[in-house]
Design a binder for this molecule. Structure first.
Ligand SMILES: *Cc1c(COP(=O)(O)O)cnc(C)c1O
Length: 449
């Protein structure tokens, strides 16, 4: 499948995930990349995967990062014993913007060339929905319909979605839970006639383009920090839920970036940390934490990593995934004393750990970080390495989680974009928890070719 079709489709026709047919090797170009801007590294990396003319790709990359509020796009500077890679300068102040700004530009480009239209349908408990809405707002060939559970999303996150007034953006507040929204979405997507008639598409976290675009900041920050410190390798600490962000780091390693270790950090929802420490991947119950964007038990991108870990054997992968679907657990066959993967270290940050890190970095280093980032920094501190500087991914601006910051530091965190939302006008349709009502709303507002 070509790259454009892979991105428009999202999932493979048999329900599996798409991966690149080969992983390009770039170790011999790293010296050249080390001096480049973020946009130039993005262009050089994407052109190894993407099947569109170079000039067009360059324009798409430039356009995607114009919306960012930092000239370096994703700066990485030392704070205390670690370097912090700030990924929150996009319009919704979370790292998902980095991929979704590009994905939306890419959609618009491909749709315009194919003279097609797309109606994006999604369900969100917060972050992904708002990053997707801000990605496609104002586009000519795309309408976006995002369901959220009525009165059950954090007020700030709800406002980040409903205060977008562009005519191609439709927020639907469903009178039910997030699970109800997801259930309605899956049911509508499984109706192939309806899906085709209304050109429905998704922007979910398993879309290959999202993982691909995230590989870039491992290179940009890794090369920068190695240049600054004179070290030959770096390690990354990544707070994760869906295994999306850390998977991008795994690809960067496979492409030839000298990464000594990937430090995977989860909150109390620790299925991934347990896997890397024991070889068993087993469902627990989702518990609410201070880092809600990682309150996930089934990590939708994990299957991609498992494919490589199983020696790229699709039969073995299928057998394990079937075992997981049937029993809620899978176990990696390990020899006596064998560990899951020497590239990975994994650990968990509790509520207590999160508050301790936010408070201590605020006090000792005058640096305020959000709770997701703090989970990563907590686990990173247990794996510091004199020979290999540690880069911690900062996935959201602290002002998005002001209550946790207040609890940890006694002070509030602010950002002008978020403060400005307090009195912003909003547009949102409240719908009953009923698939028929959602379908009717889509029929009325879908954009048609
Ligand atoms: C989505 C999200 C994460 C987790 O990302 P994964 O792709 O699941 O690794 C972490 N932090 C924030 C703020 C997020 O929005």
């Amino acid at each position: 499948m070509g790259f454009q079709d892979a991105v428009l489709t999202g999932l493979a026709p048999d329900g599996g995930l798409l991966i690149p047919d080969r992983i390009p090797q770039v170790a011999d170009r790293l010296d050249a990349w080390a001096g480049m801007s973020y946009q130039d590294i993005t262009f050089e990396l994407l052109k190894l995967f993407v099947d569109i003319p170079g000039d067009d790709l360059r324009k798409l990359v430039e356009r995607s990062y114009i919306t960012f509020r930092h000239p370096e796009i994703a700066p990485a500077y030392p704070h205390g014993p670690v370097h912090i890679l700030e990924l929150f300068y996009g319009p919704t102040l979370a790292f998902k913007d980095i991929a979704l700004q590009f994905l939306s530009n890419f959609f618009e480009y491909t749709l315009a060339r194919k003279e097609r239209h797309l109606n994006v349908l999604g369900a969100t408990s917060g972050d992904t929905g708002s990053a997707a809405i801000h990605g496609v707002r104002g586009r000519e060939h795309i309408n976006i319909f995002i369901m959220h559970p009525h009165n059950r999303v954090a007020p700030l996150q709800e406002k980040q979605m409903t205060a977008v007034l562009d005519s191609n953006v439709f927020n639907m507040a469903v009178e039910g839970t997030f699970d109800d929204c997801q259930h309605i979405m899956k049911s509508i997507f499984s109706d192939v006639d309806f899906k085709t008639r209304y050109s429905l598409g998704a922007v979910n976290s398993v879309n290959w383009a999202r993982v691909l675009v995230q590989i870039v900041y491992y290179f940009s920050s890794g090369l920068y920090v190695m240049g600054q410190t004179g070290s030959k390798t770096v390690q990354f600490a990544v707070p994760t839920g869906n295994f999306g962000d850390v998977l991008a780091g795994y690809y960067a390693y496979r492409m030839g970036l000298p990464i000594s270790r990937l430090i995977l950090a989860t909150n109390e929802n620790d299925i991934l940390a347990r896997f890397f420490n024991t070889g068993e991947y087993s469902l627990g119950r989702v518990v609410p934490t201070l880092s809600p964007s990682m309150d996930i038990q089934v990590a939708s991108n994990f299957e991609r990593y498992l494919f490589y870990r199983l020696g790229e054997d699709p039969e073995a992968l299928m057998a394990l995934m079937r075992q997981f679907a049937e029993t809620g657990a899978l176990r990696l066959p390990l020899e006596n004393g064998e560990i899951v993967d020497p590239l990975f270290a994994a650990g968990t940050g509790s509520r207590q750990d999160t508050l301790e890190i936010i408070g201590r970095y605020h006090r000792d280093y005058a640096y305020t970080m959000d709770p997701h980032t703090a989970v990563g920094v907590h686990v990173a501190e247990q794996h510091l390495d004199d020979a290999s500087p540690t880069i911690c991914l900062a996935t959201a601006h602290p002002a998005k989680f002001s209550e946790a910051i207040k609890e940890a530091t006694g002070q509030e965190a602010h950002h002008e974009i978020l403060d400005g939302l307090a009195h912003a006008p909003t547009r949102c349709e409240v719908l009953p928890n009923d698939e028929a009502a959602v379908r009717e709303f889509l029929r009325q507002h879908a954009i048609c070719s």
